[in-house]
Ligand binder design. Structure first.
Ligand SMILES: Nc1ncnc2c1ncn2[C@@H]1O[C@H](COP(=O)(O)OP(=O)(O)OP(=O)(O)O)[C@@H](O)[C@H]1O
Length: 266
């Protein structure tokens, strides 16, 4: 994205600059986290990338296409903060449904010569994330973590080029969160989608990412980009290493600056 700006009209008719002068390049197949205080424009950024909204200035290109073209080609997967599962369908039903309706996505995969990969073994993916016993349960019978696992498998199962996750683990306890981070990384390593992941957690951002983008509000902007040069897979010995803690500290410092613009930290 180049020179991207997004304005919103407020209730009092004044203009709010939700994003200003955003310059960001995300390498295909990388895992990028976006972190910053509430209101700095993280969700707005995802909506612009996915073509749900248009920038007021600047350009955005996704795999050589405009966001709208990429959306029409079903290049995106999306996992929101609270998973929108269809309540009358089982876990398996929720995950397989998009394959029954997403013909254009299938055509796109075939054109890339990915016919077999295009129809992944969704049941196996559900088993991998610990939902083997729950394939036929309804969403109402699932915990928050189980719902989020279902939503993640559904999104990865469509083999999107770009997967956008808007703080998907925010409502989960620390241990469930860590388990889901691990499962997310395993799915990502199998598919190598480009991932853009919004989080409020410093350790989550360091654990998951190749690159962490720090944003500040008023106006929403990028204040720092930190490359996380740690080996993968990032199991316990990496997470407890001094290098990992050094990245956490660097990110904390960078965020402190961002929060000082939000009025929360002075
Ligand atoms: N449709 C809209 N109309 C008016 N203002 C909006 C709209 N959407 C977002 N905003 C404003 O734009 C700014 C950025 O919002 P956004 O939701 O992108 O922030 P965020 O960083 O994702 O916040 P959070 O961490 O709280 O989810 C906020 O000040 C918000 O009030």
């Amino acid at each position: 994205m180049h020179g991207v700006r997004r304005l919103y009209e407020q209730a009092d008719l004044s203009e709010l600059t939700a994003l200003d002068d955003i310059e960001l390049t995300i390498e295909p197949g990388t895992f990028v986290s976006i972190i910053g205080p509430s209101g700095c424009g993280k969700s707005t950024l995802l909506r612009l990338i996915s073509g749900q909204e248009k920038p007021d200035a600047g350009t955005i290109t996704v795999c050589g296409l405009t966001p709208k073209e990429a959306a029409e080609a079903k290049a995106f997967g999306f996992v929101p903060q609270s998973p929108a599962l269809l309540p009358w369908l089982s876990v398996l039903g929720n995950v397989t449904l998009p394959h029954k309706v997403n013909r254009r996505g299938a055509a796109r995969r075939r054109s890339r010569g990915e016919d077999d990969r295009g129809r992944p073994d969704l049941e196996a993916m559900l088993r991998e994330v610990g939902l083997g016993e729950s394939l036929h349960k309804l969403p109402a019978e699932l915990s928050g973590g189980m719902k989020q696992r279902t939503a993640i498998v559904r999104a990865f199962g469509l083999r999107p080029d770009v997967l956008l996750l808007d703080e998907p683990f925010g409502a989960l306890d620390e241990f469930t969160r860590e388990a889901l981070q691990e499962q997310l990384l395993e799915l990502w390593e199998q598919t190598r989608a480009t991932v853009v992941f919004v989080t409020h957690s410093i350790s989550e951002a360091v654990r998951l990412s190749d690159k962490v983008v720090v944003m500040a509000p008023r106006p929403g902007r990028i204040t720092d980009v930190i490359d996380i040069d740690l080996p993968r897979p990032r199991h316990q010995e990496i997470i407890t290493s001094p290098e990992f803690h050094a990245y956490e500290l660097a990110l904390r410092e960078s965020l402190r600056d961002a929060f000082s613009h939000s009025g929360v930290v002075r």
